[in-house]
Design a protein around this ligand. Sequence first.
Ligand SMILES: [Zn+2]
Length: 182
Amino acid sequence: MFAALPPQGEPIPLRDLGRRLDLRTRTLINSLNLLEQAGAVLSGPDGYRAGQTTADDAVAGAVHAADVGARMDTSRVEMMRGYAETADCRRRFLLGYFGEHRVGACGNCDNCLTGAAPPSAILDADVPFPLNHRVRHEDWGEGEVVRVEPDRVTVLFDEQGYRTLSLDAVQRSQVLRVVGEQ
Ligand SMILES: [Zn+2]
């Protein structure tokens, strides 16, 4: 497919590309999206054209993009499991997932009613990995802290998706650090 794209020059419309390659539109779009994420394909209002890269690099880049996508999908399932298992306020958990942090407990969900959820949000000063801070994990690379609980921290890693880590474990092994700190 990459070879069918005009290098630089005139972009080729999706319809023409599909006809030339005899591919279903969905297959074509999925592949083009991966190639575009890899920077191997450029898209514009008039269609698609090849970026400045070799076919080998284009394929390697697309495979990498697909891997990252698959890990992100898995991590979203992990997030749903986190919601199911959390002892925290359900509303606060969901708002945190959508990027709104430091909210008080709702007082109405099952965890609030049983008293399991702490009433107020956790403050930056109380935790080693504060919300919205960039962190680096030895194996998983960089990410952003999206959720802080008394005993664990959830990080959205750039290439791994969501991972929930036990504070105890990461502090003992020192695999996680705030970016910019020694
Ligand atoms: Zn609640």
